[in-house]
Write a protein that binds this ligand. Sequence first.
Ligand code: DNO
Length: 405
Amino acid sequence: MSMGLTQSWRWYGPNDIVSLDNIEQTGATGIVHALHHIPTGEVWEISEIEKRKKAIEWNSEINSRRNLKWIVVESLNVHEHIRQGKEDRDEWIQKYLQSLENLSEAGIQIVCYNFMPLLDWTRTDLKFRLDNGALALRYDASALAAFDLFILEREGADSEYSESMKNKGKSFFEALSVAQRDELTHTVLQGLPGTGKVLTLHEFKKRLTEYADINREHLKANLRYFLQSVIPHAEEYGVRMCCHPDDPPFPLFGMPRIVSTSEDIEFLVNCVDSPSNGITFCSGSLAPNSDNHLPEIIEKLGGKIHFVHLRNIQREENGSFHESDHLDGSVDMHELMTKLVMESEKRKAEERSDWSIPYRPDHGHQLLDDLTKEIPFHGYSAIGRMKGLAELRGLELGIRKTLGI
Ligand code: DNO
């Protein structure tokens, strides 16, 4: 397998219940990590980066190097003032560049980020029970409509839903107890990974108004501005930036989302033509939109993929979906893995040094012993991800053997 893709694992840091010792046992060698304690936008000082890198790569208990390397930053988050194109955005961009330069000095060359307004990933249920008793993350369009229309009571929301969706949202809302309404609110507003921060309803309402005048075109222009300011420097530092697609891939709460489709991704990579301007290919984020043809995206934009999240989802009615087993669901994982293996081989033939594309099992079900634990980072339990990684690793090996490579 040494000639394959790089198997990696997201580690949230000292508060993660999955330790580095545990991760070594999964067989993953790449660590995906961020300095979550630094507020979004502030500089990641070289000393902080080096300290963490050492904590990851060096086992001080036995004074020996671990078989782990911090290879991807996920994420170096983009400050809201950059997304919103506020007057002081250049100052935030300067700080961003400083962090990139420091990361490159520490030898970390892949940096993931996203351009989703306010909230990162959004789900309505973090403990959806599957038939086998395991728990999964789910997005239920009726629950989201219920929250938006009847809990948040967002101005203008009424005109954005079809009559039938409004009715579904209403029935959903009416069936909820007060505790369930609170739970739904808490679930929707916690898409801020790693920070442990959950916005309150009041904060969220207030922050939504910041987007009142920002339409799709406006947000796209702000993305272009960000890329034009950052990418030439990233290239100079040897850092490959990779934008994570919107999860889910459609607008939420009246705010635009602009990295949701194949066309959106093309817009992004065309903003600046550089090996440093790439994408994170996230199967589970793109797949809820059935118009997104995932294998085609890899074929078309494969050279721009610097990092991969592999996860499956099962599409349900009306845009709802839940996270299914890695090899089972709406995504044909065998086809995707084949395309990724081919892309990697192509890079080898072109003598690109980045042929061993890092991928990680993105999310996993909560199952077996993990069911008895409190999982601090939803989707990031050990056993479910281990199962995913084991399946994906086997899939890659099988494909390579079949193709004779
Ligand atoms: C969710 C993750 C996302 C992702 C960011 C990347 O589990 O896939 O939170 O890390 O959107 O910037």
